[in-house]
Design a protein around this ligand. Structure first.
Ligand code: TNX
Length: 480
């Protein structure tokens, strides 16, 4: 069996192989199909075109994918010695099929790059297969984020959630509130200079992601985690004096007060600007770890943020805590706190909310891998380390007690960057756990097994090395 990650729904190997050398790529006439033909040529390497030889044909076709699949991302890949096809109902499906094709490429006994003969019929378990990246505690330049998106695309992830604000920094320039980045774009945890994305950089980042069928979901975290905002705009705190810069790791001390006259205009400005700059359908309103507001004030805050985002034409996502408010149906609630009672989540789901799964003990990728991993995130005795197998061996349907699998929109790994000062550390934390989380989100439950995953993921390290990416050599895997 070819070592595909995430494992497709159905893979059948047949005889022979198709050399890439000279393979033509043929696609339909639309601009996007033609672009995908170029993507295919890039993914398959410098194959070189010859006329009349075998071809790789990309075709839009509703009949593609496993028999019972309805996902727009479903696809079929067929490779035979005479040629290859990728079929899908959408260009998104074609792209997912191409990423499978790229993983299939291997070297044969004569040193040629070939695709093994195979039939893959595939579709994702969940549409939302995400990664949440904290660019507030430590800032990551656009080129680093692009390299993260490249790996996400390889593992068929579909959502990049950017945690753009926190106590330590504000990372998105906004036309309505320039001081946010002029003042709070500088600095981060430790001695780093910080930084922020201009509107232009943010648009280009979203386009880069969209070309890989990854949707960016931007987050402004409120009403806690707000020191970067109150450091820039004194009107957001009683007394009107801007708060001091914060470069520590502590959480839960900052807040926005609902009743200050500056608060609602601020909320309308920042979420309005953000919604206008967002190409995707979702905006994340934060809402986590608010220890400084009463339940009623918190609730009013969440509902106001919800209203502003909805009025701007975007759907709302928020951290688990927003389930304490009476949420409108369709709100996506991001579960993370495995140590808390899930009763508010059950109530939210009864009211029509959807659940996005980011259980910290499985897919918080900043957590230490093992007890000796002193530079990893550590929540003390209440949270054990998160090794690769922990990220793999869990069942989304059973993750939130009393919440039915039908309410789950997907799985999102999260990486908080308090202890991630640079790109090498970032990738060492992401890899290999990101691949495990991706398979949990993509592959049918009954097709998954740790032993099989361990043998397939072992082959990924060769590519990580080639691409200059750091990774953690998790035990139990015979790394290539
Ligand atoms: C909790 S998880 C947080 C973050 C921290 C993280 C550190 C969540 C929604 N909030 O603010 O970065 O712990 O592990």
């Amino acid at each position: 069996m070819p070592p595909l990650v995430p494992l497709p729904a159905q893979v059948r190997t047949t005889d022979g192989s198709l050399p890439l050398d000279g393979l033509r790529v043929v696609a339909g006439p639309s601009a996007e199909e033609q672009r995908l033909a170029t993507v295919a040529r890039d993914l398959l390497g410098p194959a070189g075109e010859t006329s009349g030889g075998p071809a790789l044909v990309l075709t839009l076709d509703d009949a593609a994918g496993p028999d019972d699949a309805t996902s727009p991302e479903r696809y079929t890949v067929e490779v035979a010695p005479a040629g290859a096809t990728v079929t899908a109902p959408t260009t998104e499906g074609l792209f997912r099929g191409l990423t499978t094709l790229a993983q299939l490429a291997t070297t044969d006994g004569e040193g040629r790059t070939v695709l093994p003969a195979v039939v893959v019929q595939d579709a994702p378990r969940y549409a939302w297969r995400g990664l949440s990246l904290d660019v507030a505690r430590h800032f990551f330049e656009p080129d680093v984020v692009e390299r993260v998106i490249d790996e996400m695309a390889r593992y068929k992830l579909s959502v990049l959630h950017l945690h753009l604000t926190d106590d330590q920094g504000w990372r998105l320039e906004l036309p309505s509130r320039p001081l946010l980045t002029e003042i709070s774009g500088k600095g981060e945890i430790g001695d780093g200079v910080g930084g922020f994305y201009t509107m232009d950089e943010f648009r280009r980042l979203q386009e880069y992601a969209a070309e890989r069928y990854v949707q960016v979901v931007p987050e402004f975290d409120m009403p806690g985690h707000t020191n970067a905002a109150t450091h820039a705009y004194g009107e957001l705190v009683p007394g009107g004096e801007p708060t001091d810069r914060f470069g520590g790791e502590e959480v839960g001390f900052s807040k926005l007060s609902f009743d200050l006259p500056g608060t609602e205009p601020f909320l309308r400005d920042v979420f309005g600007d953000m919604a206008a700059a967002t190409l995707g359908e979702y905006v994340h309103i934060g809402g986590d770890e608010v220890f400084t507001l009463g339940a009623e004030e918190y609730s009013r805050f969440v509902l106001l943020a919800h209203e502003v985002v909805t009025a701007a034409g975007k759907k709302v996502v928020g951290w688990q805590e927003i389930a304490e408010a009476e949420l409108p149906a369709g709100t996506v609630v991001q579960y993370w706190e495995t140590r808390k009672d899930t009763e508010p989540l059950r109530r939210a789901v009864d009211g029509g909310a959807k659940i996005l799964l980011s259980p910290a003990d499985r897919v918080y990728l900043d957590m230490k891998y093992d007890a000796d991993d002193v530079r990893g995130q550590d929540w003390g005795a209440s949270m054990p380390p998160v090794e690769l197998r922990d990220s793999y061996d869990w069942e989304p349907d059973a993750a939130v007690e009393g919440v039915d699998g039908d309410a789950v929109v997907g799985v999102e790994a999260a990486i908080w960057s308090e202890r991630i000062p640079d790109e090498d550390t970032l990738f060492m934390r992401l890899l290999p756990r990101l691949a495990a989380s991706a398979e949990v989100a993509w592959t049918p439950a009954d097709a998954r097994s740790w032993d099989d995953f361990a043998s397939r993921v072992s082959r990924e390290s060769a590519g990580w090395r080639e691409r200059g990416l750091t990774f953690h050599a998790s035990p139990g895997v015979d790394w290539a």
